[in-house]
Each structure stands twice: as C-alpha cells, then as structure tokens.
Unconditional design. Structure first.
Length: 317
C-alpha cells in the first residue's frame, strides 16, 4: 500500500544556532501535532535544516515564513529541483547548503532575493545546466562549491555578478575548457579548485584578472602545455598544482611572474627537461614536486634561484 507523507517543522532552541527548525517527513495518518507550528515562532528562526530525509520535492511555499533565517541546510534529502519561489522570502539568508541531492540544473535568478548570501554549497548533485543568471543579485557571495557534479561548460557571464567571490570550487566535474571571459569579474578570488575535470584547453587570458589568487588546483586534467602568459597576472599565487596532467614541455617563461610561489606540484606528467629559465623567479619556493615524469635533461643552473627550497622530489624519472 502506498504511504503518503507530510512535512513536519520542529522548532527548538540551540546554544550553537539560536532558534532552530528541523524539517522531517511524517506519515499523513500520523495525527501528532507539529511542535512549534506557529507563524510567529517561524519568523524568529535563524537556522533551518534537514538531513537524510526523502523529501524529494519541496513545496514552493514551504519556507515562506522563515523570513529571518540565516542558515539553511537541506543535505541529502533527495531534492530534484529548486526554484526562485523556494527562496523568495529568505532575504536574511547567508549560508545555504544543498549538498548531496539530485539537482540537475540551476534556473534563472533562483537566489535573486537572497542578496546577503555569502556561502553556497551544491556539492554532490547532478548539475549539468546552470543558467547564465543563476547567481544574479548575489553581490555579497564569497564562496561557491559546485564539486562533484556533471558540469561540462559555463556561459561566460555565469559569475559576472559575483565580484566579491573568494573561493570557487569546481572539482570533480566534466569541464573541458576555461575561456578568457568566465572568471573576468572575480578579481577578489583567492582559491580556485579545478581538480579532476577534463580540461585540455586554458585560454591565455583565463586567469588574467585573478590578481589576488593564492591557490590554484589543476590536478588530474588533460593539459598538454602551459601558455607563457597564462600566469602573467596571478602575481599573488602561492600554491600551484599541475600534477596528473599530460604536460610534455613547459615554456621556459611560464612561471616568470610567480615570484610569490611557495608550493609547485608537477608530478605525474610527461615532462622531459628542465631549462635554466624555468624556476629563475621562484626565490620563495619551498616545495617542488616533479616525480614520475620523463625528465632526462636538467640544465646545470636550473635550480640556482631556489634559495628557500625545503623539499624537492625528482624521483622516478
């Protein structure tokens, strides 16, 4: 026999989160009252959460009364869609976690009214389609996690209105290229995660405007070469990971502008030689990993400028 369920909102006080609300499912024929099911109390709630439920489809008006909520966590609740209607009244929302659901797309202006949002996690969904205006209006957003989805590409204007973004996590998708426009407005970005994608092409201007970037992870992609001007403006970069790619040769001037670089990982590639100019500007480099390559030629002065090096691994070449 098919069992029908209804949403239940349990309100309670927490020393860590203030007034909270837990959303759960209850059989339709369960006649127990909803604890704290009062509009005034809902308007005082600061933290709404639900985990490991099978909510599937959230009614559009389910969150209407939670006008002062600052954190919303709906993790692993089987959500398949989210719309503008769900977040229309959440004007105080700062932290949103929709991880481990079954979302396939982010529609146009879905978070438009949540102008105070600072952190969005959409990790572990099935997202393939992101509307170019999905993040429109989020001028205070600092962190986006889209790890472990099925994203192949972005519209060039996807992050146009998120100029205060500091962390962008795109690890474990199917992204195959980064053009010269996608990241152009992210001048405050400090961390960019692109690990475990299928990137074979980086436009020479892909990172042109990322002057505050400190960490860049490009591990486990399909890069075969590094353009000499790719890192020309990423002058603040401290950690660069290019491991597990298909790099055969790196242009001698590729790292010329990375004077602040401290950790460089180039292991598990197909690099055959190290020219004298490659590490000439890396006076702050502490760790260099180039194990598991095909290095057969190293210029005698290749490591001359590495005055602060602590760890260097050239094994298995």
């Amino acid at each position: 026999m098919f069992q029908c369920y209804r949403l239940v909102f349990r309100l309670f006080h927490s020393t860590a989160h203030g007034i909270c609300c837990e959303i759960s499912l209850r059989p339709e024929d369960d006649e127990r009252g909803d604890k704290g099911n009062n509009d005034i109390k809902r308007q005082q709630v600061e933290y709404v959460f639900s985990t490991q439920q099978k909510i599937n489809s959230l009614p559009g008006d389910a969150l209407d009364k939670f006008i002062n909520v600052t954190a919303l966590n709906l993790i692993n609740v089987n959500l398949t869609t989210v719309t503008y209607r769900h977040f229309k009244h959440l004007v105080q929302l700062k932290y949103l976690d929709l991880s481990c659901n079954k979302l396939r797309k982010l529609p146009r202006r879905v978070f438009k009214e949540c102008e105070n949002l600072a952190d969005i996690s959409l990790t572990g969904n099935q997202i393939m389609d992101i509307d170019e205006n999905a993040f429109a209006g989020l001028e205070n957003l600092k962190r986006i996690s889209l790890r472990k989805n099925s994203i192949m590409s972005f519209h060039p204007d996807t992050f146009k209105q998120t100029s205060k973004l500091e962390v962008l996590a795109l690890e474990s998708n199917s992204i195959y290229k980064i053009d010269g426009h996608l990241l152009r407005n992210l001048t405050m970005l400090t961390k960019l995660e692109l690990k475990a994608n299928k990137i074979f092409k980086l436009h020479p201007d892909a990172f042109k405007h990322l002057t505050h970037l400190k960490t860049l992870d490009l591990e486990e992609n399909q890069l075969t070469a590094i353009h000499p001007h790719l890192f020309q403006n990423t002058i603040a970069l401290e950690t660069l990971n290019l491991s597990n790619n298909l790099l055969t040769k790196i242009h001698p001037m590729a790292f010329n502008f990375l004077a602040n670089l401290q950790v460089l990982n180039l292991n598990n590639n197909e690099i055959s030689g190290i020219p004298v100019e490659l590490f000439r500007q890396q006076g702050k480099l502490r760790e260099l990993n180039m194990h598991v390559n095909k290095i057969c030629q190293i210029h005698p002065g290749a490591f001359k400028g590495l005055s602060t090096i602590k760890t260097m691994n050239l094994s298995m070449n």
